[in-house]
Design a protein around this ligand. Sequence first.
Ligand code: GBH
Length: 943
Amino acid sequence: MRTEITSFCAVLVISVFSTSAATSVFGDVFAWGVSSAAYQIEGAWNADGKGPSIWDEFTHKRGGDNGDDSADGYHRYRDHVMHLKELKVNHYKFSISWSRVLPDGTISSRNNAGIEYYKNLVAELSSNGIEPVACLYQHDLPAALQKYGGWMNETTIDLFETYSRMMFTELGNSVKLWITMTSPWNDAFRGHGDGSFAPGISQPETAPYIVAHNLIRAHSRAYHAYKEGHPQGKIGIVLNTDWQKPAAAADTDAATRGMQFSLGWFAQPIFGNGDYPEVMKTRIDTSSPEGKSRLPTFTSQEITQNRGSSDFFGITKEMTLSVVDNNNNMPPSVGYMKDMGIRGTVIKSSEGDISDLLLWIKNTFNNPVIHMLDAGLSGCGTLYDEDRLQAMKQTIADLRTAVSRGIRLAGYFAAQLLDGFDWTEGYKVKYGLYHVEFGNKERLQKASARYYLTLIQHQGNEFDYPKYFVPEVIRQKNDFLRAKFPPDFTWGVATAAYQIEGGWNADGKGPSIWDTFAHDNRLAYSQTGDVACDSYHKYREDVQNVKRLGVSHYRFSIAWSRVLPDGRVTSLNKAGVDYYNNLIDELLANGITPMVTLYHWDLPQALQDIGGFQNASIADYFNDYARVCFEQFGDRVQLWITFNEAFVVSWLGYGIGVFAPGINSPAEGVYQVAHNIIRSHVKAYHTYDKLFKPHYHGKVGITLDSDWKEPATSSAMDRYAAERALQFKLGWFANPIYGNGDYPAVMKQYVGMKSREEGRNSSRLPVWSEEEIKINKGSYDFFGLNHYTTQYVVDNHDNRFTYEGDQDLYTKVDDCWPGSRADWLKVNPWGLRSLLRWIRDRYNNPPLYVTENGFGDNGELDDQGRISYYRSYTNEMLKAIHHDQCNVKGYMAWSLMDNLEWTSGYTIKFGLYSVNFTDPNRPRTIKESGKFFTQLVHDNGYN
Ligand code: GBH
C-alpha cells in the first residue's frame, strides 16, 4: 500500500516537472551559466610559481588598483563552486591565466602548481555537476612574451597554439566546452589603439590591425588543434561589441560600418567568408600608402582555416551606441577610429537591443549557434542591486524575443560570479552576483543572484517578481514622494548644552565629566567646549536663528552642573536657573516651543566621583535633578526628554571609554550603567507623571539612538542577526520602557548563554524584579529617536565576552552608500523608514519624534551633501507616515549650528548655520541647507 502511494506521488512529481520543462522557450538543453576571468578574480599574482602577465605589469606601473589579491579566487575556488551550486547554474565559464601554467609563456617553463589549480577547479566543478567552460585567453598575456612584442609578433601565434595544445591535453578529458579567447577587440583596440588596456600601447594606425590579425590566426590554429583530437568537443570564440544604432535614417550605413569594424572585424573571418569585411578592406586600403594597406591580408590558406573555425558564436553586448556618420573625421582621431568614420554616443540600453543585435548576427554570419555572455550592468556594489537585476530581466526578455525570431541560442552566462578587478575601472565598479568584501574576501549574495537562481528554476520563463529579492522599502527608494506632512506635524532643530554653551565655569557652574575629559586632552586637537558657540551669552541670537528657519520647536539640553554644580539639589545655582529661564522665555516670546533634554551626556563631575552611572544611587540624584527642572521650568516646558542616547552613555562612556567619563567596562559595567539609566528615567517619568502632569499636562519621553540594521543576506541566520543587533542596540532600552517592561528575550538569552560559557553562574545582564517591570512598562508619553545611518549585519560567532561579543554578529556598510565627514555616518535614507516601521511593529506604534537626524561635513556654506541628506531622509520619513502609518509627530534636525562634535572637536560640522570658531564673537551664518530646511518646513512636505 505504502509503495503504491509513493510511486503514485513520484509519477505526479515527474509529470508536473516535465510539463514545465517542455514549456521553456529556451528548450530542454540550455546552458545557464556564470562567467569569470582569471585576472579579475584569482589574485595570487605571483603565487606558486606564476609568472607575471601584462596586466600585472600594466597595473603595477600605472599604480592604483590591481589584481594582485583581488577576490583571491586562486585559493577560494571551492567557495565558487558552492556559489555556483546555490545559483543552480549548469555551466561555469572561467579563463586560464597563461602565465600561471606557463610562467614565461613557453612550454619549457611549465608550472605544475598552476596546472594543478585548474585541474582542481575543473574536478570540483565536474563532481558537482557543473559543466566547466574553459577560456584559454582573456587579456592576460605572459609578460615575458610582451618583451618580444606580444600580439604584435607572429611567434605568439605558435606559442598560443602550443599552450592551447597543452591545456587540451591536461584538461581535455573533463572540459568539453572551450573558448579560445574572450573579447579580443579589447586586446586589439584598447591594448594597442587607445592604450587603456594592457600592454598600454597607443598606436591606432596599425597596431590594432596587426594584433587582431594575429589573434584571429591564433584562434583558428587553436580551434583546429582542438578539433583534431576532440571531434566531439566544442570550441568557439567570444566577441564583445557595443550595439550600434543609427541616430537617424541617414546614419544607417554608418551604424552598419561601426558594427563591421568592431564585431565584423573578427566575426567575418571566423563565421563569414574567412576574410575581413569588405568595408574595412576598402576604407583602410584607401587611406594607406599605395600597395601597403594597414590592414594585413590573410593568405588563401588562412582564409580557409578561419572560415567556420568556431562551433558557436559567443557574444558579449556592452553598451548601446547612437551612431552618426563622421566621415569628415577631424583630428585628433587617427587610425582605427578615423578608418571607421563614425561617432557613437552611449545611450541607455533599451528593450530590444540585444535581440536586434542577435538578429543582426544571425543575418550577417550565417545563423550561428549563439552563447550570450551578458556584460551586465555595472554597479557600485550594493547587495540590493535592483538596477542590475532589472537589467538582467530585460536581457532575458530580449533573449526570449531572439529565440522567437529563430535565433539559435544555446546558452546565457551572467556576468559575473564575483565582484572583482575591472580592467580600466579597478574596484570602482562591481559586476558580481556575489559581493566580495575585499578586506576579508568574504562573499555575500546580491539580489541579482537571487533573481538569477529563481530565473533558472523557471527555466528562463517569466515569473512574478518576488518581493523578497529586494525589500519593498528599498525598491521604493527612488520613488520620491510628493506629499505633505500631517497638518499638526512639528518641525524643530536640536542642540546640546556642552556642544554649544561654553561658559564652562561661568557664574557658579560646576564642572561636568566632559569638562574633565576635554581638559584631559581627550578631544581632537585638544579642543574643548570651554567657549564652543558661546550660547551661554548668545542665546538671544540663537533664538532668532531658530525663528528664521520657521520651525515651531527648539530642542536643547540643560547642563546639570549649571543648575546643580555638584549634582545635588543642595547646590542649586540661581544663575544657572536664570540662564535657562531666560532662554525659555525668549523662545516663548518668539513663538517657539521648547523641548528640553535633561541629560545630554554632561554628568556633574562630582557625581562621577562617586561612580556616576555605575552607582545605583544615581537614579535618586537624577530624579532629584529632574524634579528641580520640572519645578523651575515646568510651567513653560511641556516636552521633556530624560536622556539623550542611553546607548552612547552606556557603551561609549562606560563600555569602551571613548567618551566621558572614559571608563572601560565592556562586559559588566556597560550593562549596569544601562540598567541605572533606565531606572533613572523610570523614576523621573513617574515623578513628573504624579506630581507635575496633573498641573502642567506635559509629556515625558526618552531619546534612544539607533542605526538601522539590515540583514546582509536573505539567509535566516543573517535575518536573526539583524534583529538581534536591533534588540541589543535599541530594544535594550526600548523594550523595558516601550515594550513588556523587561529586557528583550534575545538579549537575556545571549548574554545568559555567553555568561555561562565564560564560567559565570549568573548573567552579566542585570535582572528586573516584578515590581520594576511594572513601573518600567509604559513609562513614556512619546518615543524620541535619533537616527543617522545604517549597517548590514552578518551572523558570526564572536568569542569575546563583552556587550559586542555577546551579540554574535558583525556589521558592515554598503559600497553604494555615500559617505560623510564622519566615518560612522553613511547615507542610507531608506534605513530611517525601515527603522520607523520596526518601532511601529515592536512597540505598538507609539507617538514618536525624530529628535535628531543630520549630516556631517567640513562646514561649507554651499552644503549640497546636507541638503540631499535632509531631502532624502525626510522623504523616507514621509513614506513611513503615508505608506506605513507610522505615528511620527515631529522632526528635529541636528543641528541648529556647527558645534563641538564631542571627541571630533570642531572638525566635523552638522549645522544648518555655520559658526566661525576663530572669531571671538562666534558669528553665525545660514547655510544653503538652512534655506532648504526653511522651505521644507514652510511647505510642510514636498510639492
Ligand atoms: C548624536 O549621536 C548626538 O546625540 C549628538 O550630540 C551628536 O552631535 C550627533 O550625534 C552627531 O554625531 O566614532 O567613537 O567617536 C549620534 C550617535 C554616537 C554616532 C557616537 C557617532 C561616534 C562614535 N553617535 N558615535 S566614535
